[in-house]
Design a protein around this ligand. Sequence first.
Ligand SMILES: [Zn+2]
Length: 305
Amino acid sequence: MKLQKLLLHISAIILFSCSTNAQNQDVPITTTQVTDNIYMLEGRGGNIAVSIGEDGAFMVDDQYANMSEKILNAVKEITDQPIKFLVNTHWHGDHTGGNESMQKEGAIVVAHENVRKRMSTEQFNKLWGRTTPPSPKEALPIVTFSKDISFHLNGEDIFVFHVHNAHTDGDAMVYFSGSNVLHMGDTFFNGKYPYIDISAGGSIDGYLAAHRKALLLADDETKIIPGHLKLSNKAELQAYTEKLTKLRENVENAIATGKTEQEIIDDVSLTKFLDEQDFGDWFIKPEVIRRILYLSLTAKNQSTN
Ligand SMILES: [Zn+2]
């Protein structure tokens, strides 16, 4: 009986990984030209930005490992130059899975120091009950920074800067100053509930602080690439921030009245105004965001400076 259960479990795992691989094989890479020399690539995983020009390609994020071949082909379609630098906006596998392949191709992978720390060690996520094993050495960023780092290529200055305890504790945004394009990584999920990885140092207050920083930087012409979902702009980010601020307030007020974690998870009235706008129509369901906000707002030593 036990063996039967084990076999069932194993076949479920095989089925799951096969279907994931099949899904990846089916998903094409879509390339969108954002400005003269910046492109956004979508496939499976986080949105990729690629800057091209005489100095070489500069890439932000690289999706899952089994998307690498398609991503490299898509980059070859827009430039003859190799990928010189690759910045990871944070450590999650849907943004760093291609690191090993890209480094093999000669790219130098750059990220915040906490990205390398988290990728080097086993990670446990309390919300999903999921363990992520350490990545192989070949997948780790080889250049790390604590606050910010700048690149000067393809005729513009590219500023990469850390935002504290937002989606994780190792988030970076990338601003292409000449092109006026901002890649926000997973500190922005346009039109959907945000995933805030509390086990990896994320927090709602850091998330909103990251938005304030982005809003200071952006103007009405700025093209904003979110970590997932469609290409965006300042007006949409502003509206999104206001909605999240209201949602945070709802949950904070409910906590102040003495509600427990379970009562907040069950209280549909807290998220109703955004549920009606389909914010929960993806992997972060209304009950999940209510729980995330509860956990974040009741966490001790929350750092958002
Ligand atoms: Zn993420």
